[in-house]
Design a protein around this ligand. Structure first.
Ligand code: IPE
Ligand code: IPE
Ligand code: MG
Length: 250
């Protein structure tokens, strides 16, 4: 076990973790393999992260698997990724059911092939009764897309006379986002060395603790995850208040 094993201490475990799983392509290139081999290896790291989240008592996990901008990648890479999603869903759902994981997808589904959409809906239905870990996978997702679709939904309600524009507040918008009703992420992890959000959860990450590491996604394992959780536990989350105010609040 790692010296940073949170189960061995009173470390605060983040209740919602959001992850940009980056570095698959570089991982493969370094081995003289095609980028798609990196995506295959990346799926194994996903399984490991889901298992470890359950082990650590993380309540919700949101994984960025394919962004709105990733559609612009070479056609064959996009094709392999879509095929991998379908295969992974067919292969992994039983295991998710067994572990008590509820799986849901966020993103622009209309852009996905019917076969993948079907596999997604099917896996969501099969895991709907689970509550141990809420797993959200962002596919064809963009933070800007999410805000736009929420704005459109509000505009429709205003147009139909259901919502008074003067009554629109943060809650009204948040209620129409993909992760409506889910507590905001406590911890954000990005692997692969880049320090950016790449259009992930723009609204939801407003007060999330950000953690970046150089490890390429296929190499990211339980010890790396524990290191991120341990660092999270050492942060002081002030939410705009002063340190003294927080101490007074106990
Ligand atoms: C992340 O790895 C997976 C997806 C974006 C689908 P990349 O494919 O971006 O890998 P790098 O960043 O090129 O190494
Ligand atoms: C972000 O990674 C998207 C996913 C991991 C799914 P990218 O590799 O697409 O991000 P950029 O292009 O380097 O910002
Ligand atoms: Mg990348």
């Amino acid at each position: 076990m790692s010296s940073q094993d949170p189960s061995k201490s009173s470390v605060v475990v983040p209740q919602h973790v959001a992850v940009i799983m980056d570095g698959n392509g570089r991982w493969a290139k370094r081995r003289g393999q095609r980028r798609t081999a990196g995506h295959r290896a990346g799926f194994k790291a996903v399984r490991s992260m889901v298992e470890h989240s359950v082990r650590r008592g993380v309540g919700a996990l949101t994984l960025f698997a394919f962004s709105s901008e990733n559609w612009r990648r070479p056609e064959d890479e996009v094709g392999v990724l879509m095929q991998l999603f379908v295969e992974a869903l067919q292969r992994e759902v039983d295991e998710l059911v067994e572990q008590g994981v509820r799986l849901r997808f966020i993103g622009e589904r209309e852009r996905l092939a019917p076969r993948l959409r079907e596999a997604m809906t099917n896996s969501e239905q099969r895991t709907a009764g689970n509550a141990r870990l809420q797993l959200f996978v962002a596919v064809s997702y963009g933070g800007r897309w999410d805000l736009v679709q929420a704005a459109r939904s509000l505009a429709r309600d205003v147009h139909a006379g259901r919502v008074d524009p003067a009554a629109i507040d943060e809650n009204a918008l948040a209620a129409r986002l993909s992760l409506a009703g889910v507590a905001e992420p406590d911890l954000f992890i990005r692997t692969g060395g880049e320090h950016r959000l790449s259009n992930f959860l723009l609204w939801n990450l407003a007060y999330t603790e950000l953690y970046f590491c150089d490890t390429l996604w296929p190499d990211f394992g339980p010890d790396d995850y524990d290191a991120a959780i341990a660092q999270f536990a050492r942060r002081e989350r002030r939410f705009g208040l002063t340190s003294e105010q927080l101490k007074d609040l106990g």
